[in-house]
Design a protein around this ligand. Structure first.
Ligand code: PLP
Length: 389
């Protein structure tokens, strides 16, 4: 059975071009980029090429890019650096729908005595700039708001939020792990001070990420040790993966404009067909400001986990709005913050596509989903009532 992989916001397959580019650095070219011999020098040049490629995708300067081990490290580093840069300020602002890489680091900082404000979102998962202005104060050290949400795909108005913060001289970090490579980002125009990204969300391997730090912004390293990354992130470089990330960013840049249209076409076809063929289904998220590859749909009177298990039998991979923690189903904090009722959260499914998905795969899911939903509803008393009506 062929797998239909519609879970690309969780992780993406490595692009073949990316794998080809990185493999020699796992096989023959295994040196340490800090070594003085030619072997080391060669690697050093490749790392700098990768830095330029990452910067190129974002409209940044190469020296504004720091390689890290993942999106989580980039987020943690940005927040830690921000609070250390202005030690007299003790207020952090973020949103209720951030990834745990930001939320749990904020909780950690709260335990250290920081005051954290979690901004609410609308029913569509959208953030209102007025809410941000209301909570800013003299004590605000940093604002960290995601570019695009991993569950709903909702894209925040980062440019507008950044302008508000720039006017007030407040540091602004954005977690762009889900946005980079999926929608255009131009840091020449975008007023953000720090931006996080992660390799495995854009067809590079797991275990590599990057943090953009605007030139002139104060920076404090989080991982302390050797002189790597100009003293901004210690630890011998993950050479092959850094090279892979560079190649993935170059590819993403080359393909972006066509891919946005392609993915939106597939996503919309899938979404429209499912809404039509499955009664009591609804979209979670702001349809006017969403990643082109993501749809989050709630099917009432069914458990998302049950849908996933049935889809898995057909080789279809997606994800649900509730996570299994210690044997019970924990409803998604993102959908809860959007005010989605618990029954709809438990029946939510996220499909997230990539350039490797095809229309034939979308057609297959469109064919399989309606009978799966109907069959599962027959198993629930509410579902049976509903089908009868
Ligand atoms: N931020 C967002 C929005 C994410 O979706 C993820 C991963 O799912 C992360 C951060 C963490 O990235 P990583 O898995 O590279 O640590």
């Amino acid at each position: 059975m062929k797998t239909i992989y519609f879970d690309n916001n969780a992780t993406t397959p490595i692009a073949p071009e990316v794998l080809d580019e990185m493999l020699p650095y796992l096989r023959e070219l295994y040196g340490n980029p800090s070594s003085m011999h030619t072997f080391g020098g060669q690697l050093h040049r490749k790392i700098e090429e990768a830095r330029s490629r990452v910067a190129g995708l974002l409209g940044a300067e190469p020296e504004e890019i720091i390689f890290t081990s993942c999106g989580t490290e980039s987020d943690n580093t940005a927040l830690m650096s921000a609070v250390e840069s202005v030690p007299h300020k003790k207020h952090i602002i973020t949103s209720r729908v951030e990834h745990p890489a930001v939320l749990n680091f904020c909780k950690y900082l709260a335990r250290k005595g920081y005051r954290v404000t979690y901004l609410p979102v609308s029913k569509q998962g959208q953030l209102n700039g007025d809410e941000l202005v209301k909570v800013l104060d003299e004590d605000t050290a940093v604002v960290s708001l995601m570019y695009a949400n991993n569950e709903s795909g909702v894209v925040f108005p980062v440019a507008e939020l950044g302008e508000m913060l720039k006017e007030r001289g407040i540091l602004f970090h954005t977690d762009a792990v889900q946005a980079v490579g999926k929608i255009p980002i131009d840091l020449k125009k975008l007023p953000v001070d720090m931006l996080s990204l992660s390799g495995h969300k854009l067809h590079a391997p797991k275990g590599v990420g990057a943090l953009y730090v605007r030139k002139g912004a104060r920076f404090h390293p989080y991982i302390i040790g050797g002189h790597q990354e100009h003293g901004r992130r210690a630890g011998t470089e993950n050479v092959a993966s850094i090279i892979a990330l560079g190649k993935a960013c170059e590819l993403a840049g080359d393909k972006l404009s066509k891919e946005v249209i392609y993915l939106k076409g597939l996503r919309d076809k899938l979404e429209n067909a499912l809404l039509k063929s499955c009664p009591d289904a609804r979209i979670n998220g702001d349809v006017n400001s969403r990643l082109p590859n993501t749809t989050n749909i709630s099917f009432e009177y069914v458990e998302g986990e049950a849908i996933l298990l049935r889809l898995n039998e057909f080789g279809i991979c997606a994800s649900s709005g509730s996570a299994c923690t210690s044997g019970s189903l924990e409803p998604s904090h993102v959908l809860r913050a959007m005010g989605v009722p618990a029954t709809l959260i438990h029946g939510s499914i996220r499909f997230s596509l990539s350039r490797y998905n095809t229309e034939a795969e979308v057609d297959k899911v469109i064919e399989i989903m309606p009978p799966v939903i109907k069959e599962l509803r027959q198993l629930s008393p509410f579902g049976r009532e509903r089908i009868k009506k």
